[in-house]
Design a protein around this ligand. Sequence first.
Ligand code: NI
Length: 224
Amino acid sequence: MLLILPDILDPERLDNIRSFLNTGNFVDGTLSAGANARRVKHNEELTAQHKQRQYLDQLIMSQLAASEMFRSAALAHRISQPVIARYHTGMAYGDHIDDPIMGDSNGRFRVDIAVTLFLNEPEEYQGGELVVNTTFGTQRVKLPAGQAVLYPASSLHHVDEVSHGERLVAVCWIQSLIRDPARREMLYELDQARASLRHNAPDSAAAAQVDHVYTNLVRMWSEL
Ligand code: NI
């Protein structure tokens, strides 16, 4: 499932982030890449030493966590610190799948989901689409600033070369409580039915039944 998450960052928060990034120090993105990714990765990343880094990370992660759609689709167990990536003209990230395990020895986690949050407007650059191979074919994603896309980290994907301007994104990786993408997708759909029943027929037996089934499926399938 590839899902667009609208309204993750409002214009004020975006301005805030972008003004910090103007003063930020970006380094070669291959420094943080595994051996295979290094061959295809051509971008830059904000250094961890940036003095507002903690504030930026927390802002992005809290805004993601505040999204009901994100919570329902990801059922997150762990969320990585965001990587803030910049692509100048001529930069791209070739076909790859994301690393299966991230973090260090005191906080390793399995990577089930990737989220790309767009930090500048599509008009500010040409090219730079995120291209994801899905079971329903290839999806090309280039979103307005403040919106994000969520997709399984196991899917083959790349970022098209930026042919003009500059592309700015934040990427987070998530370990879900639900490892299997097909189960996650079914739970997401069931949760939508559950929300709709809660709204339209809150006192009905169906609302209670669907709520119980959803809750027990999460219990049955969760890995902690
Ligand atoms: Ni990737």
